[in-house]
Design a protein around this ligand. Structure first.
Ligand code: COI
Length: 356
């Protein structure tokens, strides 16, 4: 495998966007990373090049059969330099997604080194305003031009980067979520735990319907019983019931979120009881009716920690914590973002410096 990374710098640098109006995924940095896979040769020709369109045959398998995976991670500008949050975990998960989608394993060191080279070239794009970061999107697409349904012989691995603010327009204010009872996102044995495009495409329809009724996202229920909580469109989900924090266990159909794992670790470190288990929607309704559903929040790289202020289910509304940020949600948000931006001590060694 060829470990050499070529760098071609852009001669036409773009002007940077206003950091107070970034939104999510609206702007892209000056460069991107590309690595190619050719059957018989493996991954090769890693390079940082100016951000540009790519040209592909219309028969490329990714367009027809969705053979593709992606990741999401962030870089932060802190007082002590540029920092990444548990970046190796993303490349490990990328390879787990690859395995499920019959995409060849990638050398995690080459992918990581490509990211570091790209970040070095585009380091001026990392915003510094509170609440902003550089969102990093590594992804792989199947490029072989052949319509037979079998794994592609060729792939592209790419990394693009985008300066971002909050994922939800609500920022850290609680979002309203609709519990989806008609459509399902995934079933165990399918591709629900892989980070692959189809999982997100499958959710768009329900998400659009929820938006029409004033809800930001949907909370998915399991596809077999239509009872058990899975995850929210772009987040894992946590509920504090009677002093104990509960989150759906990893069951093969939900994403093994890196923020999810970090929150569980943090709660245990604080001595807050936390349980990973099957949680039914009826149980949430009952806890709410008894006044025991104290907090709910989502976790994800893009959304970080997003408090949930209201759930709707079968036409009924369940307001949580008066629609306000709960104590644990706020503490988790402050601590995770504090660790990421170097303002809070990092007892777990999660943060990696770009220059260290
Ligand atoms: C992330 O949190 O990075 C995600 O993957 C969510 C994304 C689909 C916006």
């Amino acid at each position: 495998m060829d470990h050499n990374i070529q760098i071609e710098r852009s001669t036409n640098l773009k002007s940077k966007p206003d950091e107070s109006k970034l939104g999510f995924g609206q702007y892209y940095t000056d460069h991107m990373f590309i690595l190619e896979y050719t059957e018989g040769q493996g991954w090769h020709s890693g390079r940082v090049v100016p951000y540009q369109n790519i040209s592909m045959d219309p028969a490329a398998k990714v367009f027809h059969y969705g053979q593709t995976v992606f990741e999401g991670m962030k870089a932060y500008r802190t007082e002590n330099g540029i920092k990444l949050f548990r970046p190796k975990k993303n490349f490990e998960r990328l390879n787990r997604s690859n395995a499920r989608l019959s995409i060849p394993q990638i050398d995690e060191d080459i992918a990581y080194n490509g990211l570091i080279e790209l970040l070095n070239v585009d380091r001026d794009w990392i915003p510094s305003t509170e609440g902003t970061s550089l969102y990093i999107r590594p992804f792989i697409i199947a490029t072989e031009a052949a319509l037979g349904v079998n794994p592609s012989q060729n792939y592209l691995f790419m990394i693009i980067m985008s300066p971002v603010g909050a994922y939800y327009a609500e920022g850290v204010n609680p979002v309203k979520i609709h519990v989806e009872s008609e459509y399902v996102r995934a079933v165990a044995g399918g591709v629900g735990e892989a980070k692959t495009a189809g999982n997100y495409a499958a959710g768009l329809n329900a998400q659009e319907q929820a938006k029409e009724h004033g809800y930001s996202q949907v909370l998915w229920l399991d596809g077999v019983h239509r009872r058990y909580i899975e995850e929210v469109g772009s987040m894992n989900v946590f509920f504090k019931i009677n002093g104990v924090v509960h989150t759906p266990m990893l069951n093969g159909s939900i994403l093994d979120g890196i923020t999810r794992n970090s929150v569980i670790t943090l709660l245990k470190y604080w001595g807050v009881p936390v349980e990973e288990r099957r949680i039914s929607v009826e149980e949430l309704v009952e806890a709410h009716n008894k006044g025991e559903l104290e907090e709910a929040f989502g976790t994800g790289t893009a959304a970080v920690i997003s408090p949930i202020g209201e759930l709707s289910y079968h036409g009924e509304k369940f307001v949580i914590n008066n629609g306000e940020i709960g104590e644990i949600s706020g503490k988790v948000y402050d601590t995770i973002t504090g660790i990421q931006t170097g303002k809070v001590e990092d007892p777990f060694g999660w943060v990696v410096g770009l220059d260290s």
